[in-house]
Ligand binder design. Sequence first.
Ligand SMILES: NC(=O)c1ccc[n+]([C@@H]2O[C@H](COP(=O)([O-])OP(=O)(O)OC[C@H]3O[C@@H](n4cnc5c(N)ncnc54)[C@H](OP(=O)(O)O)[C@@H]3O)[C@@H](O)[C@H]2O)c1
Length: 350
Amino acid sequence: MPEEKKIRAAVMGATGYAGAELVRILCGHPGVELALLTSRQHAGAPFSRVYPAFAGICDMVCEAVDPEKAAAAADVVFTALPHKLPMEVVPALLEAGAKVVDLSADFRFQSAGAYESAYQPHSAKHLLSRAVYGLPELFGDKIAAADLVGNPGCYPTSVILPLAPFLARDLLGLDSVIIDSKSGVSGAGRGLSLGTLFCEVSDAFRAYKPASHRHQPEMEEVLSTVAKKPVSITFVPHLAPMNRGMLSTIYAKMQKPLADEEARQILADFYQDKPYVRVLPKGFLPRTSDVRNSNFCDISLAVDKPAGRLILFSAIDNLVKGAAGQAVQNMNLMSGLPETQGLTMLPGGV
Ligand SMILES: NC(=O)c1ccc[n+]([C@@H]2O[C@H](COP(=O)([O-])OP(=O)(O)OC[C@H]3O[C@@H](n4cnc5c(N)ncnc54)[C@H](OP(=O)(O)O)[C@@H]3O)[C@@H](O)[C@H]2O)c1
């Protein structure tokens, strides 16, 4: 039997936390061959020198960012770079025929104005209408036909998945949604900063950027698409003293009273054929430890009957379903591979 041709994949920003997670997943993906890795500080060094856990597994030498070279070497390029850089390299990657999954915010927005009000001027606005928002549970068909996917932010993934089934059915007050999310420190990336030093984050728990985080307009744009009406939210992120994991608790007024079983059935029906969303039974609440290292999003709920509020809970691993795992799920769809290929990592462990 002739061997199946593998997808050649490049990771730009491979030495960051999201990029390294991509390398970890892609090294175990049976349909992928790693073709090229880039780094800024570590260009010229083997990847395994930066991450010794990969010794003998990925000793590929990191290179400087060169979009023409990456597109020649790879069928799919993951841009796991800080926002603003992808908009500079993605046009050349597409021009040269590569498919792109961008992990930054640069291609997540349909509205250039919304992007620019949260980030900076966009130098490749013409590509926003070509880009598809990479949440496979909602936009799988479009992703399969796309050559440019804007991989969602970690907070938006943890928030949109639980809310979408209810907003799609007009069951929640569109200006009543309040979100309280907690992220592990790897969400801030590997770059040095005072706020992520061990003594600043260990044994400490704090909110940051209340009602002003850059993921808020991204969530509002996608939730409004799902609801087919404008949705405005209040979003408060928190930094939790853990390496990875994200837990969101979401409060919203119900348009009509829903019983617990009814609300749980709505979630179960919406996600019945979606391999990475697990709707938990009554009495169980998501925990970050139950999804760690996996591509799962666990969701549960509670009905606050006297207040007329639905409370939704979700847990993801910010580096997997919130970044690299979801990016590989998107690559699978874009490349005609089974959606779950290479993503069968089991969650949990202590
Ligand atoms: N961390 C998460 O949980 C998460 C979740 C969802 C999405 N994302 C997104 O994924 C992207 C990467 O995030 P991250 O957390 O992995 O960041 P990170 O740990 O800071 O890594 C950034 C990567 O980009 C490279 N890089 C930085 N500046 C560069 C430059 N001027 N030229 C070339 N390469 C440069 C870095 O190289 P060096 O290592 O050499 O500095 C590193 O490989 C961001 O857009 C982020 O928003 C992250």
